[in-house]
Design a protein around this ligand. Sequence first.
Ligand code: NDP
Length: 337
Amino acid sequence: NRTIVTRNYIDGAPKESDFEVRSRVVSLSREPAGSVIVRSLYVSIDPYQLTRMKSDSSSQSYSSLATGIEVDCYGVGKVVASGDPEFEEGDLVGGLLAWGEYCVLKPGAMFRKLDPMGFPLSHHVGALAFSGLTAYAGLFEVGKAKKGEKVFVSAASGSVGHLVGQFAKLHGCYVVGSAGSKAKVELMKEKLGFDDAFNYKEEPDLKATLKKYFPEGIDVYFDNVGGEMLEAAVDNMNAFGRVAVCGVISEYTGKGRKAAPDMMDVIFRRITIRGFLAADFMCVFPDFMSAACEHLGSGKMVSLEDISIGLDSIPSAFVGLFDGGNLGKKIVQIAAE
Ligand code: NDP
């Protein structure tokens, strides 16, 4: 079994040389009774993993990742050997797998049988899994978006962002997204139905840019990036506006400065700034799934996926997240279905 591990802690931007392939023999007879061995098919590549790879990651809320240990991640796979009577060879499962060809799921591991419900398996790593839940819960439970409100989304062509924008449009909101290239901006406007979009890399004054796109102010800001964009959004929030802080990717590599929004604006405009973790919102998972399946099934919502092939493409796929290399959900297909 080949897996991707980190060679060292990563305190700045990740490089492909920070990772290496390790091999180990996987056999049910070596594992605790009740274990299940799964062949990975599709695995998720996520920015938050970088915060786990830092030397001081103990200060983060996500569990830290020691070097040389296989990287756990959400994924979809097929059972190849089972010591658990609930699972048999050939079952499709979704859950916490790993950046590896096979993974051993010990008793108590977080995974379940997967019914694809007629959707491509890759959707069950993104739009019909945590990316979708994050978008749905952040927009409606944290951002409390209402019909007719003005919603701004950053990293809006990414895995979470492109779903936030589409959920908001289907809910009757006015939606503007920001992303880092002309092609991404065009895609948001032409394929995803955003009302408008802009390339933040071409905008020297983000506060003025947001004023231009939201002359009547922002009601909900879905923040994927933190840093200067968060400051600019707070500067443009309406009274009683809500900021759903999903992630601060511009701060993960240490290159961008940490956000310092004007707190007098927060006070006088009674703005709510609330961080959240998708895992806190498993209670809305059934509502989210029914909405997402309906929208995807009817073609009103598109799941953008950026799929690289093969275990060896994991390091470059991961590195690409931090320079805007991906369009939609970044997934690596480890094996054919
Ligand atoms: P994406 O698919 O959006 O990939 C990352 C994107 O972020 C890149 O494509 C890039 O797009 C953009 N980006 C990278 N560096 C910067 C930067 N310095 N400034 C601005 N944008 C940048 O990832 P996800 O959708 O998986 O995650 C989006 C955010 O949500 C992340 O911050 C992540 O940590 C967070 N998250 C939080 C969860 C939660 O439970 N709270 C769950 C899942 C994700 P571009 O070309 O536009 O720059």
